[in-house]
Design a binder for this molecule. Structure first.
Ligand code: BGC
Length: 460
């Protein structure tokens, strides 16, 4: 189907929907896992493995999807990932024990990982340069909406065994709704015009571009001819990743690792436990802490959506790094100097500031830039590598956070001191290594990269 029948808003809404499932499936487990543990009589390690099995699946899913998307197109693979989402959500709702739950969660992981490697490139390739920042931020907006929905679904279903079906089954099963919407969406979405040119389907690409640009000031024919010029460049395939596109690979991997190593998921996945263990909060409050985090995270991401095309990406990243470093730096010092009772409230406030710092900057921009910085003929595989780095970073933080916390006798100051170190490191990384992409077309970004590499070669 052409873009004609769909409004631009719906194209980007459906296009980014994989983010909603990404957020939902990673967020839902914090509330559901204690219930599953109870129901299946699991040990702590088994429950931990159920949580992290999604991350294992995502790393593998992200890595395997890229070359496929360079060959078969973004749209077709989005459809496949929506089928995996349906399968994984259905199976996890119906799981009968530890093994079947782990299998279901790994399948879900495949889906989440593929969506995270496909969506940023797809959105970047559909968007016009002046709005690419905000349109790309739709992915993160969906992720944060998914996390919030997961927390709300936890809250809504907890202790409600409707129709004789256990609460946690409803929690996990509610992911079926967005999965169905993504499935329908990916049937009707247009293929990426850049992928179409790359595979020689110029007329189709022209149609899609004309529809996508009809309410903008951009000239679709000029854009098409720019894309054609890029697509005519000699193909190097994977070799390009180690030659002229190497800076993009390095930036993508470091952006993604640092996005995780600043510790955001210690808050998203584990904060309620921290407040229960570290500050003696009642178990019943845990879910409300989650909902609070979810709301702050989502609302701040709306802010990011509004400002993304108004400031340079580098400026926003730098701002976010500084806000995060200061807030969790202070948090860490306070927790080593104040008594537990006195530290609780300031810790909450500082965490809210930290989430704000992340949500307006590193949250959206890492995914946005992932879609922007790779040359066309290795964009899929480049996105795979970056996305896999994100999941591996996520896995590391999730595995070590609780261990670190207990090493410091449940004092959050310990793990957050480590995260502060990475937040400070991220400042230097942005200053010295991250390129600016705002306002440039994807073709401009690629040409600049090719020219730089040619210049370097000539100097040598
Ligand atoms: C990260 C996720 C994180 C989420 C929080 C995303 O950009 O990749 O790991 O849970 O932001 O909003």
């Amino acid at each position: 189907m052409h873009a004609r029948q769909l409004s631009i808003f719906f194209i980007f809404f459906f296009g980014a929907l994989g983010g909603l499932l990404f957020g939902f499936d990673t967020g839902i487990i914090s509330g559901a896992s204690p219930l599953i543990e109870n129901n299946f009589n699991l040990g702590i390690e088994q429950t931990g493995f159920i949580t992290s099995s999604v991350l294992i699946g995502s790393s593998i899913g992200a890595l395997s999807i890229g070359t496929l998307s360079d060959h078969f197109g973004r749209k077709r693979l989005l459809l496949i990932s929506s089928i995996l989402f349906l399968l994984g959500s259905g199976l996890s709702m119906a799981a009968v024990g530890f093994v079947s739950m782990v299998i279901a969660r790994i399948i879900l992981g495949f889906a989440v990982g593929s969506a995270s490697a496909l969506t940023p490139a797809y959105l970047a390739e559909l968007a016009d340069a002046p709005h690419r920042g905000s349109l790309g931020t739709m992915f993160q907006l969906m992720i944060t909406a998914g996390i919030l929905l997961a927390y709300v679904s936890n809250l809504g279903f907890l202790h409600h065994n409707l129709l004789g079906i256990r609460d946690w089954r409803w929690m996990l099963g509610s992911a079926l709704i967005p999965a169905v919407i993504l499935f329908i969406g990916s049937l009707i979405l247009p293929e990426s015009p850049r992928y179409l040119v790359e595979s020689g389907k110029i007329n189709e690409a022209r149609d899609v571009l004309h529809e996508l640009r009809k309410n903008t000031h951009e000239d679709p024919d000029k854009e098409l001819s720019d894309i054609q010029k890029i697509a005519d460049q000699p193909k190097g395939g994977l070799k390009e990743l180690t030659t002229f596109a190497r800076p993009a690979v390095i930036v993508a991997i470091l952006l993604m690792l640092l996005q995780q190593l600043v510790g955001i998921n210690s808050v998203i996945y584990f904060l309620p436990q921290v407040f229960i263990k570290g500050f003696g909060f009642a178990e019943s409050n845990a879910i409300w802490i989650s909902v609070g985090i979810g709301v702050v995270n989502f609302v701040c991401t709306i802010l990011a959506y509004l400002v993304m095309d108004k400031f340079n990406r580098r400026t926003i990243l730098l701002f976010g790094s500084i806000v995060m470093a200061i807030s969790i730096g202070i948090l860490s010092v306070l927790n080593f100097t104040l008594s537990v009772q006195n530290a609780a409230i300031p810790t909450m406030i500082l965490i809210a500031i930290y989430i704000f710092g992340f949500a307006v900057s590193w949250g959206p921009i890492c995914w946005l830039m992932l879609g922007e910085i790779f040359p066309l003929n290795v964009r899929g595989v480049g996105n795979s590598i970056g996305s896999a780095a994100n999941w591996i970073g996520n896995f590391i933080v999730s595995q070590f956070f609780l261990v670190l916390l207990s090493m410091f006798h449940n004092n959050v100051g310990g793990p957050f001191a480590v995260f502060t170190f990475f937040a400070i490191l991220s400042i230097f990384f942005v200053i010295y290594m991250v390129p600016e992409t705002r306002g440039k077309t994807l073709e401009n970004i690629e040409m600049e990269m090719r020219q730089k590499a040619a210049l370097k070669k000539a100097v040598k």
